[in-house]
Design a protein around this ligand. Structure first.
Ligand code: ATP
Length: 234
């Protein structure tokens, strides 16, 4: 397994947000974490990367227990998070937003460079000199994902990549996920089932901080009773 969460409990103060989350991802898989608002999707991703360190349980990445490590070290091990609010640096151009994320590592040939990002995603090349703050929501999301790629993640965590985006942009984000899925293991969150099942092979459903269902995409697509029970219909 590339990633394993074993009985992860995470708190915000006294508030018990994750109440024993257990899940696994094999290398190369694209998996979606589904659930309504407040179910604990973001907290699960933040617990993996160490932004909200679990109080109990284990997070194992490529065989190493990481639940007690600081976020910057976990990121350096090869996990990238694209947060829900994207965090594009205002006042920096698209190129500069990518440049600051670039990891200089001796003795390793990086998979991603600004040139490769621009070749693969010409839309970003066209915006290279534009201030990140002036981009549309969809452009910011593309940039946020591209910036995360500059850190050379083997596991990419995407928190609600479609949030607030127009349908035509959602299609582009879907194509981006499909493209990256060929080379990267991906765990993404979503509130509705439609996009998730189109782009993930497998899904977990969270409710009140617990995994309440796990299924292959095809199986969950047919299972409208489970969808109605745990997910928003969109
Ligand atoms: P959303 O779609 O709203 O992002 P989510 O499934 O990602 O939903 P989380 O953001 O992980 O849910 O929230 C899980 C629970 O933790 C919720 O009850 C939420 O109110 C609570 N929570 C989240 N962030 C904080 C915080 N910074 N402080 C206190 N409680 C929080």
């Amino acid at each position: 397994m590339m990633l394993e969460l074993d009985d992860v409990h995470t708190y915000y103060g006294e508030s018990h947000a994750l109440q024993g989350v257990t899940l696994q991802l094999a290398e190369g898989e694209t998996v979606c974490l589904l659930g309504r608002n407040g179910a604990g999707k973001s907290t699960t991703l933040k617990s993996i990367i160490g932004l909200t360190p679990p109080r109990r349980g284990r997070v194992v990445f490529e065989g190493d227990e990481i639940q007690r490590r600081p976020a910057h070290r976990i990121a350096r091990m090869g996990i990238g998070l694209v947060p829900e609010d994207r965090r594009i640096f205002p006042g920096l151009s698209v190129r500069e937003n990518l440049d600051v994320a670039q990891r200089k590592r001796r003795g390793e040939t990086p998979k991603w460079s600004i040139e490769r990002i621009f070749d693969n995603y010409p839309m970003l090349a066209e915006l290279a000199n534009q201030d990140g703050a002036t981009l549309s929501g969809g452009q910011q999301q593309m940039l946020a994902v591209a910036r995360s790629l500059m850190t050379e993640p083997r596991l990419l965590l995407l928190d609600e990549p479609n949030e607030g985006l127009a349908p035509v942009i959602v299609k582009q984000i879907g194509a981006l996920i499909d493209d990256l899925a060929a080379t990267t293991t991906i765990l993404f969150t979503d509130q509705s089932v439609h996009f998730a099942l189109k782009h993930a092979k497998r899904a977990y459903i969270l409710e009140k901080g617990r995994i309440v269902h796990e299924a292959g995409a095809a199986e969950l697509r047919e299972d409208t009773a489970t969808q109605d029970r745990f997910l928003s219909v969109a």
